[in-house]
Design a protein around this ligand. Sequence first.
Ligand code: BG6
Length: 492
Amino acid sequence: MNNPSNNGLLTTIIIFGASGDLTQRKLIPSLFNLFRKRRTPKKFHIVGFGGTVFTDEQFREHLRAGVKEHANFAFTDEEWNIFAPNLFYLPGKYTEKADFTKLAEYLSKLENGEANRLFYMALPPTLFPAIIDNLDASGQLKENGAWRRVVLEKPFGTDLASAVQLNHQVHKALNENQIYRIDHYLGKETVQNILFTRFANTIYEPIWNRHYIDHVQITVAEKVGLEHRAGFYDGVGVLRDMFQNHLLQLLTLVAMEPPASFSAAHLRNEKVKVLSAIQPMTPEQVSANTVRAQYKGYRDEAEVKPNSTTPTYAALRLFINNWRWKGVPFYLRSGKNLSEKQSQIIIQFKEPPLAMFPMQTMKPNILVLYLQPDEGVHLRFEAKAPDTVSETRSVDMEFHYAEAFGQTAIPESYERLLLDALQGDAALFTRADEVETAWSLIDPILQTWEAHQTPPLAAYKPGSWGPPEGYDLLARDGRRWLNEETSMMLEK
Ligand code: BG6
């Protein structure tokens, strides 16, 4: 990979929300690892800004502890001691104009000349407009030779109207090409590999359509529950937290047309196109094509309202109305407190048109993209069982990252995303119209769920694979969730 100091200038990364969890767990470990791999700009500073009062030394110590605990690579003091002098801290209030004048002066002094700046918003989106206004008013977003970029953490809005408004507010001070909206799923190696599976090979494309594919299943199951985030989660729920961003992003990568190139513009055009080909649901369709559920005991969790109807599980049946996919159901499912952590995409192909062999069991081929854990790709197909006349048995062709590339091959998704933002490559970030199109699909579902409480909120046992209603959604089409079978494929 190239060194990102593209214009040769010093680069300053300014993190708002620097005393928070994300900075300690993800951002600094990722930046430190980029530094270890010599991928950070040659000259750089990282400046934390936040409400907590730290000296530079205290900030460095706080981050050191975080990296030691959370990094997925071996920590050494030797490397940290070379990295740490690049870290600085300035306490301040996000809504206080004067603190941003102070920040501007502080940065000018620290940089001592022209420098690029990457502003990272590691805090709730309600604070973005005030921070961007204050950065703008203190002249910190103007690009004269050096670049200015802003990374925005999710969630980007809570519905279509709030996302449109947020886009409007950030566009007052920034051009779209300065904005990097994070969806950390796009930084995952296995998620990027969906595009490589499809477009770095020739064997899939001819069969990647309604003529050969029966249906697609996308499961992002979490074993964890609320993890002390009830204050954020209750009232938000699984559709806003996981579907509007991560699951719909996975769908776009599976379903999009081949882009003209791997550039941000071409890639994101195709993603918007495929999202636009999904019809927003009517209330009747919401009743028939969605399942919402809450795990038993959710209402007893600390900070959850005793009568909360926030869904912790959802399943959707979507159709993409274009030439490639017309009539092929996409079943999407995600939930907390499920049986295990498991993200996978299953492409089920059509059954052979007839059973030619007398003892043949009719089984369709399936291609499984295992996103996490045990990342890899499997293809299930039928073979003749030896020493039988004509019995068939399902067998498996498989690729595992750990086997093919070694245990350490998969970096933290934030590493790639931070590097791309530093290099000015927005391909793995979501564009304004993409976010809004995704919300336009989620909004009608939320409205029917929240205003009409339809379909009724189902319940499921913690540690299960979700409510019976989730199985019924596929059973009505004569299908079933295949993940338990595909997990067995993984264990073999
Ligand atoms: C986040 C959600 O975006 O993704 C969390 O807010 C969820 O609720 C997390 O747990 C899942 O991410 P991952 O990388 O662990 O699959």
